[in-house]
Write a protein that binds this ligand. Structure first.
Ligand code: K7E
Ligand code: CUA
Length: 665
């Protein structure tokens, strides 16, 4: 009864909102049957959970945003490639190595494509992989902790866009070169592009138990721009497909020069064939230096340096790669849930081509080729085509699928989504989006098992959709109901960064697997302090190590003297709490990096180099109890060479043994 009544109230509010919108003369979109029905479909009452977790890449913010669907509520912002002062990611001593690359410490990247790990072609909720574009990298997040656990640099590459796109049992995650470069890198004229530049396709093996990645092999391809990828599944399991543009191999003004050819190519790579060639000793180990950063069980990230990588030339491994002619400057490539159909979005194409995997195999078997490029056989467009979607709209980019044999294609230029039937390319519906859609996402929509209830449009331009916020406006996501024949717009919500692709899966797959604390007993950080009696301050030359604890609502020690200007002061703070959702923060005045946000049972280290004499406060930044404001302390900094002795308070210190008030812990 109560829920009925609150339902009506919301319905009324939403209807009023729509009336407002339309009275301003702005497009309201095609809002469901009524706005009230739409509102009820996305309303998740306080205290209740969303049905799906959605993982949206942050684009140029280098992170992953975790949202609940259908509400669009932001649940987490997980730092990956970019430093995050909110919790010290990439600033603490334990996490800094995650940003190591062969170029040094790189605290930012452009992250486009989240990919859930899969078992038998279905998202299994173990890990989320995501690519870094600018400094080619692939990261892996652990979904019991929503933390980044591993980052692998991809050598011999540039512009790692067609990545990570897992195979159906996480055998591999892939990477590809969007901006072909000399490989190995060397000093050559840019005008020698056609002679010296190449685009490598990389396959990194994923360990099925640990998720750890390792580069298995790379394939040296002609110097096109390899743009996107998806793995085959079902009958096409064992293959990965990569779009390419710039088959013209232009190196300047690509806008014009790379739009000459009517068709570019999808590269179909038979990775099982690659495995056989590798086993037969094909390919050459080439020197390559790259970072492989792994978060240890002790919560400390470490870098291992790769020194070489196996590179295969297609000419040395028959049957490894075929080119599928595809109109025109294709962007996305997507494989339908059955694994038979390979769809591509040619940005400048007037149709959406659907290739047939079985026709492709038949053409290969019949050796019916149109020619070859750099030793790679080119198939005939007509012989592999299943059908073309006619008049879909303008600027097709990406496709997702539902569980009823339908595809949904984003049309960037005409700002709409077109729904069509995969088997015969029949257009079924159009829905406008606001505006300029990039990717779109159906939960499970690139797997063998789409959930087919919702679709999320990820839009580039939001002019006039939200309250204006100066020159920079938020990107937006729009949620559609796709359970019926026609797509129905339900909800708009702003996002963090620029989501390119996204993934989603039922919340039930991961919500009960969440780690709630770090077990203090198992804390293996060498600078951990597991009890207040063990707190201490140790000087070695110009380095001072502060072994500090935090518990509601005090630090031990909370008075420190004898620090000197120019010291490197390492605050190793261990959170002694063993309750879910009780982090403590730590910030020191004069520190030039970020705060620490320390989870229960965890140790995190902040380095502070005092630059001036004085007495500086430090405090807890995360409101942890009624006496959170009392969770503070002082550090006294003296001149270099000062006779003030190193001293602190707490059980082992000379500034006072006992705390005047001991809260229970
Ligand atoms: Cu189309 Cu980077 Cu996948 Cu953006 S990409 S939209
Ligand atoms: Cu600890 Cu606030």
């Amino acid at each position: 009864m109560t829920s009925m009544r609150s339902g009506f109230r919301i319905a009324g509010a939403a209807a009023a909102a729509v009336a407002l919108l339309t009275s301003c003369g702005r497009p309201s979109g095609r809002i469901g049957d009524t706005a009230a029905e739409a509102a009820l479909k996305v309303y998740v009452p306080p205290g209740q959970y969303d049905e799906f977790y959605a993982f949206l890449s942050g684009g140029f913010d280098g992170q992953v945003g975790v949202y609940g669907l259908p509400s669009g509520r932001l649940l987490r912002h997980v730092p990956v490639f970019s430093q995050n002062p909110e919790n010290g990611w990439g600033y603490t001593e334990q996490t800094k190595p995650m940003m190591n690359t062969s170029f040094g410490f790189v605290p930012w990247d452009d992250a486009h494509h989240p990919q859930l790990s899969q078992t038998d072609g279905v998202p299994d909720g173990r890990w989320l992989f995501i690519n870094g574009n600018n400094t080619p990298r692939i990261a892996r997040l652990d979904l019991t902790r929503f933390e980044t656990e591993e980052i692998l640099e991809i050598p011999n590459s540039a512009g790692n866009h067609a990545s990570p796109f897992v195979t159906p049992d996480n055998e591999y995650v892939v990477a590809a070169t969007r901006f072909s470069v000399p490989t190995p890198q060397r000093d050559v004229p840019i005008a020698d592009y056609k002679k010296d530049f190449a685009g490598l396709l990389t396959f990194a093996r994923v360990d099925s138990a640990t998720g750890h990645m390792a580069i298995a092999f790379q394939i040296r391809m002609p110097g096109f721009d390899y743009d996107l990828s998806h793995a085959g599944k079902g009958p096409s399991n064992g293959w990965s497909f990569f779009t390419s543009y710039n088959s013209e191999q232009a190196h300047t003004l690509l806008e014009v020069n790379a739009s000459q050819n009517d068709k570019d190519y999808i590269a179909a790579v038979n990775w099982k064939q690659a495995e056989q060639c590798v086993a037969a000793g094909k390919g050459r180990m080439e020197p390559a230096r790259y970072a492989h950063n792994v978060m240890g069980d002790d919560g400390i990230a470490r870098t291992e340096w790769g020194t070489s990588v196996r590179v295969i030339q297609p000419a040395d491994c028959a049957g490894l790669v075929y080119f599928l002619p595809t109109p025109k400057s294709p962007h996305g490539v997507d494989v339908d849930p059955t694994g038979e159909y390979i769809v591509s979005g040619g940005k400048l194409a007037t149709v959406i081509p659907v290739h047939s995997f079985s026709k492709m195999l038949a053409a290969i078997q019949a050796r019916s080729f149109a020619g070859e490029v750099a030793g790679i056989p080119v198939l005939k467009y007509e012989s592999i085509l299943n059908c073309e979607v006619q008049n879909p709209g303008l600027g097709p980019l990406h496709d997702e699928f539902d569980d009823k044999g339908n595809a949904y294609t984003s049309m960037f230029i005409s700002s709409e989504i077109v729904k069509w039937r995969v088997k015969d390319c029949q257009v079924l519906d159009h829905a406008p989006v606001f505006y300029s859609i990039g990717h779109l996402m159906v939960p499970g929509g690139d797997s063998r098992k789409p959930y087919g209830k919702y679709m999320l449009a990820l839009n580039k331009i939001t002019k006039d959709r939200y309250l204006p916020t100066g020159p920079e406006l938020a990107q937006s996501a729009q949620l559609f109901d796709i359970s019926g024949d026609r797509m129905k717009l339900l909800l708009d919500f702003p996002t963090i960064g620029e989501p390119h692709y996204a993934q989603a899966l039922p919340a039930s797959v991961i919500k009960d697997r969440q780690q709630k604390i770090y077990t203090l007993e198992k804390n293996a950080d060498p600078f951990a302090t597991k009890a207040e009696k063990d707190t201490r301050v140790v000087r070695k030359g110009g380095r001072v190590d502060v072994y500090m604890t935090a518990i509601r609502s005090h630090f031990v020690p909370d008075n420190i003297e004898g620090l000197q200007v120019g010291d490197s002061v390492y605050f190793h703070v261990t959170n002694l709490e063993q309750d879910w959702d009780v982090p403590h923060g730590f910030a020191a005045m004069g520190a030039t990096n970020a705060e620490l946000l320390i989870m229960p049972g965890q140790t995190r280290t902040l380095v502070w180099v005092p630059v001036r004499v004085g007495v500086y406060p430090f405090y807890c930044t995360d409101f942890c109890s009624a006496l959170h404001q009392e969770m503070q302390g002082y550090a006294r900094v003296s001149e270099r060479g000062s006779p003030v002795p190193l001293a602190w308070n707490g059980p082992s210190g000379s500034l006072g043994k006992a705390k005047p008030v001991a809260m229970s812990h």
